[in-house]
Design a protein around this ligand. Structure first.
Ligand code: PEP
Ligand code: MG
Length: 295
């Protein structure tokens, strides 16, 4: 089987009836890029930027961040690299953020909420990302979105960062902006969100947690954590429909995206992108190439 999979390297991610998919990989630090390339993913669909913050004793500087993003963009040699902004909080905490202990950290002060409340942290990351955009094809996505208002606030901050860089004659490229769809609220307003951004990436790990009201960290609830629940599948279908109605693409970057028993279902729903762990890329490619979405 291993050899058969190896033969899929260099092959396209296209179904029997000619539907082209974006098959990307998820990474957690720049060192993972070698594994992405070895498994021939056509891009990076989720680069979790938390490693920068988790590895440091203090806030990572703009320069440190710039170097990390630039290295990944360069090593991917023009292939798309979707970098997710800071998703700290809940299970991922660091001392220097001085976050209060919370009753319900998963529903607490985290991710984009920190970025909007402490824009200096957010702007440092955005500046580093825009500077790195000049070295490859970077896209940015924002986690834990619940409303259109948040996205408008984010876009305003992004415009400020771009204006500052322009003022300083720092070069940067056009960067696609997307949001993660990982809260039930984001699913329900996805028709409106789709008018604000360039793409959607569905985070099924958190979407399952928040939809089923099941803590993803609680091993005791493992039997109840069912990402195949019809509520989740219907949500994915809704999100894809709303994305397409607004002319943008929608992918899945949560664990469910690599669930081979659902690949055909996702393709038939019209999912445009699947971002999976590097080790799963060729397995998913095999199924894509064997699927006929017209049947
Ligand atoms: C998700 O929630 O599905 C996701 C991809 O993000 P993370 O697992 O990092 O929360
Ligand atoms: Mg998430």
């Amino acid at each position: 089987e291993k050899e058969l999979l190896q033969q899929l390297k260099g092959k396209e991610d296209v179904t029997l009836d000619g539907k082209q998919l974006k098959l990307y990989a998820n990474i957690g630090n720049p060192g993972d890029v070698a594994n992405v390339l070895r498994n021939d993913a056509k891009g990076i669909g989720l680069f979790r930027s938390e490693f920068l913050y988790l590895e440091s004793e203090d806030f990572p500087t703009e320069e440190e961040q710039f170097k990390a993003y630039k290295a990944v963009a360069e090593n991917m040699a023009g292939k798309k690299v979707i970098i997710r902004t800071l998703d700290i909080g809940a299970d991922k905490t660091v001392d220097y953020f001085n976050l209060d202990k919370e009753e319900n950290p998963a529903m607490g002060y985290r991710a984009i909420r920190i970025c909007l409340k402490q824009p200096e942290i957010f702007k440092t990351q955005l500046r580093a990302l825009y500077r790195a955009s000049n070295y490859g094809q970077i896209a940015i996505m924002f986690p834990m979105i619940i409303s259109v208002e948040e996205v408008r606030k984010i876009k305003k901050i992004v415009e400020e960062v771009k204006a500052e860089l322009t003022e300083l004659s720092v070069p940067f490229k056009d960067v696609e902006l997307g949001v993660m769809i990982e809260t039930p609220a984001a699913v329900i307003v996805s028709d409106e969100l789709a008018k604000e951004v360039d793409f959607f990436s569905i985070g099924t790990n958190d979407l399952t947690q928040y939809t089923l009201a099941i803590d993803r960290q609680n091993a005791k609830l493992g039997d109840f954590y069912n990402a195949h629940h019809p509520a989740i599948l219907k949500m994915i279908e809704t999100v894809v429909k709303n994305a397409h109605a607004a002319g943008i693409w929608a992918g899945i970057c949560g664990e469910l995206g690599a669930d081979l028993s659902l690949t055909e279902t996702f393709l038939k729903m019209g999912v445009d992108e699947l971002s999976v762990s590097p080790a799963m890329v060729l397995r998913v490619r095999k199924i894509i190439r064997e699927t006929d979405t017209s049947k």
